[in-house]
Design a protein around this ligand. Sequence first.
Ligand SMILES: Cc1cc2nc3c(=O)[nH]c(=O)nc-3n(C[C@H](O)[C@H](O)[C@H](O)COP(=O)(O)OP(=O)(O)OC[C@H]3O[C@@H](n4cnc5c(N)ncnc54)[C@H](O)[C@@H]3O)c2cc1C
Length: 427
Amino acid sequence: MIARGRVQIVLTNFPSKLDIIIVGGGLAGGLIAKRLLDRNVSFLLIESSPSLGGHHTWSYHETDIPPECREWMRAFQSYRWDSHSIQFPKLSRTLETPYCTLLSSDFDSKLAPLLGNHFRPNTRVKDLNRGMVALEDGTVLEAKLVLDARGWTPQGLTAYQKFVGLEVEVEISEDSGASGGSVQWTTPMLMDATVPQLDGFRFMYTLPFSKNRFLIEDTYYSTQPDLNIPEIEKRIWNYAADRGWKIQSVLRKEVGCLPLPLTATFPLSQRSDAAIPVGLRAGLFHATTGYSLPYAVATAELLFKLWPLGLAAVESGLKNRIEDNWNQQSFYRLLNRMLFWAAKPTERYKVLEKFYSLPSPTIERFYAGSSTLFDRARILSGVLMANTIQWCCENNRHEFDFMRGDEDYKYRLGGVNRFVMRARLTR
Ligand SMILES: Cc1cc2nc3c(=O)[nH]c(=O)nc-3n(C[C@H](O)[C@H](O)[C@H](O)COP(=O)(O)OP(=O)(O)OC[C@H]3O[C@@H](n4cnc5c(N)ncnc54)[C@H](O)[C@@H]3O)c2cc1C
């Protein structure tokens, strides 16, 4: 018997060998569990904490989600806006791409009752492999397939997207302040980079949950993971005051430090008895934004579709997805190397400013992690090359071998060190 709040969950009605055990009831594990409910699968979701999903505000552009998943994802949506805005020193723009948010508290309160005794909270897993899970209390569980959804594990050199957010209740003064703009009160402001640039690329992110309740996040694209939380909270208060928003109360604080890989090791183990990773653990996230929600949705959908085809199809389908994503993300890792290694920290914002002047479909495909070859050429040549060349000139470098990455999978596939593409500058 397990106590979960006031509900007593009895774990005796499972077959001795389950079809699937998912270890980790975060975003990826929870969404897979949701989709397995829609199939006749005997499964268990094991989570070390008392609830599903931790403490996050997960947001995404609606176009990040495959169209066939939007319907079932709608049940979890906490907020949806028809458009969103960005603001840079030389560019303000509203994009007509809908933006959505899912609060992890809603995720837990909606999903946990549906899962019932498929969900086992307050249970830490000590060890796991392809067909076995050992709990810390000594219990051993068996399954035909074990999925490892335990979240991020370091996988190479990274930079960071880090932030402190305050969900606040505000009183809005008649005079909306020097930098205020009524558009911010109803439309999410995804990037307001008109603030002083500190610790790399800095921007404010504001989600208007209602007329007087906002989530205001102060975000940094930095090579360092540390955050001076009290100092950043002060900056949020100042930002609000500048806009004529008088903070009445702070309802919630959220802190995050998302890895943005510059290089990364291949996430699939060579061992044939290893559990299959999913979520962040499998590298299933966008390397330049650190966001994983669209990837978690697509993985859950893949499992739902493959289940009727049998276990072998599920395993190979998941492994192929991880490998395909790995290859797809190499472009975004390259962007990270150029952004963090070849753009001055205080001028990183200019790269994003140029990026946001591109056509909406290119921006949408970028966030969805599905940039076409043409998009890639456009982002590289129009947005990043100028900064790279400028950096080379200022640092007296005549060559910048921007295509080189030292991810270990390249060596595993027989790669040897040679420059495949390089920029040579002559004065
Ligand atoms: C504050 C914050 C905000 C974010 N906002 C966004 C966003 O807006 N949009 C977006 O797409 N992404 C966002 N991300 C990034 C990413 O999507 C999230 O980190 C997401 O939660 C990752 O999902 P996951 O399931 O892979 O890992 P997690 O959600 O971290 O889940 C892993 C789970 O495994 C459990 N676990 C770990 N070890 C064990 C064990 N031994 N036994 C049992 N359970 C275990 C953990 O308790 C945890 O619940 C955000 C991240 C943070 C930190």
